[in-house]
Design a protein around this ligand. Structure first.
Ligand SMILES: [Zn+2]
Ligand SMILES: [Zn+2]
Length: 445
């Protein structure tokens, strides 16, 4: 497997004398397997130069574009990707479902007449669109596993397994919890990770040969950027260490970070890995960086269920019960979830929630942790004892991001644990990921 970086910048293209070394183009990575299959991870502005390089090769081109999500910095190179203008080329465009519009509609949107002179239907290449959910997919002889990331949009990470090697692309992603490790953790190990979401994230990287990970912020910057959907180098290194990753490339560099700043991040990331006692090649990715991944008899990942779950993609219009004593939080959650096509019912206390669930079982429960008279953990405990509600997906909503509460929530069977304050797109994405993984209890109605 051969990897080449064409865009390493996050958020917006940042050309200029300060970014010559690490590059100013936004996310785009080319992956070529030994059998010649071509994958393109994201289509940021770096895709323009990649397109030019591919045009120099013998036609026709057959390529699979895997979009993490459709924020601008991951799609703006698409209209400038020259192979789309050549008849006979076959380009498959894949990306997460559930952003409100189809993938084709979103990409067409940025090519409407007001923004771009050529509409998507006028492109001469043969272009197909495929919306992906979590699960395993086969493309051109390679195994591609997709898993949702934590970002204020439906966003997929990809694990490509081919030629006895595994590459994992995780961009854009924010830690699920600020408390990364259990208090009694001895070292950076998978079972030392406090939040189930972060543990799943580490499992997805399991013994990968190369992980490409979002590391937009420093630990000092992160607190003021929380909920923006990005990671620090400490998180990326910690997760990679827990997963036994061989090489780590940090990417999605912040537009405010010039070359000297990114080089300092690289130095600090290496020192952090050393401090964990973790032997890994860590670097900050730059435009033009090439990595040849030699096979090491890689075992297939157990990261995600081995079958594609396209067919059980998250149902639009789930019935969701939001339980919180704070009317503002209920209103925010209602807005987030009804915008996403769900039907929302509210309850302002534990007893009211249990009565509502007994009357009609919802598809998912959003449950506040701290409420007067009966807290969320008590309600969760009661639900898990009942046969009808033992499997009901429950998203705990809490301001308590400490290790003890996180551990208690998951210990009692919470499906996810979301920290306040949260943003509308963030809650919508978390609930949608939960619904796609947990189809919910069977209703007898
Ligand atoms: Zn981005
Ligand atoms: Zn994004």
């Amino acid at each position: 497997m051969h990897v080449r970086f064409w865009g390493t910048r996050g958020s917006i293209a940042t050309p200029g004398p300060g970014t010559l070394r690490f590059g100013g183009n936004t996310s785009c990575v080319e992956v070529t397997t030994n059998s010649g299959a071509c994958f393109i991870l994201d289509c940021g502005t770096g895709a323009r130069q990649l397109g030019a390089a591919l045009m120099a090769r013998k036609p026709p081109l057959c390529a699979t574009i895997l979009l993490s999500h459709t924020h601008w910095d991951h799609i703006q190179g698409f209209p400038f990707f020259a192979p789309l203008f050549i008849p006979g080329n076959r380009i498959a465009v894949c990306g997460p479902e559930g952003s409100g519009k189809s993938l084709r509609e979103v990409l067409s949107g940025q090519m409407e007449f007001a923004y771009f002179p050529v509409e998507i239907d006028q492109l001469p290449a043969s272009i197909s669109f495929k919306e992906l959910g979590e699960g395993t997919h086969e493309f051109e002889g390679a195994r591609v596993i997709a898993q949702y990331l934590h970002h204020p949009a439906m966003t997929l990470g990809y694990r490509i397994e081919a030629d006895g090697a595994a590459l994992v692309y995780l961009c854009d992603h924010e830690p699920f919890s600020e408390t990364l490790w259990h208090d009694d953790a001895e070292s950076a190990r998978g079972d030392s990770i406090a939040h189930e979401g972060d543990r799943r994230h580490a499992r997805f990287m399991d013994h990968a040969d190369l992980v490409i990970h979002d590391a937009q912020y420093t630990p000092e910057e992160f607190p003021s950027k929380k909920n923006w959907g990005h990671s620090t180098y400490e998180y990326a290194v910690g997760m990679a260490a827990a997963a036994g990753v061989r090489q780590l490339a940090l990417t999605h560099h912040d537009p405010f970070h010039d070359d000297a700043f990114v080089a300092e991040i690289e130095r600090r990331a290496r020192a952090y890995a050393d401090g964990l006692g973790y032997e890994v090649e860590v670097r900050c990715a730059f435009e033009g960086l090439e990595v040849a991944i030699a096979p090491r008899g890689h075992r297939a990942s157990a990261a995600t269920s081995p079958t594609s779950n396209d067919e059980r993609a998250s149902p639009p219009g789930a019935r969701i019960l939001v339980v919180d004593d704070d009317p503002d939080i209920r209103a925010l959650a209602r807005r987030a979830l009804s915008q996403d096509g769900h039907t929302v019912q509210e309850a302002c206390s534990g007893p009211e929630a249990l009565a509502a669930i007994a009357a009609r079982l919802p598809d998912l429960l959003v449950l506040d942790l701290l409420m007067p008279e009966q807290g969320g953990l008590e309600v969760l405990e009661i639900l898990r004892r009942g046969p009808a509600t033992a499997e009901l997906p429950v998203v705990l909503l809490t301001a308590m991001d400490d290790e003890a509460h996180t551990r208690a929530g998951f210990g009692l069977g919470a499906t996810d644990y979301v920290t306040k304050p949260f943003s509308i797109p963030q809650l919508a994405a978390r609930v949608r990921a939960c619904l796609s993984r947990n189809p919910g209890p069977k209703r007898l109605e």
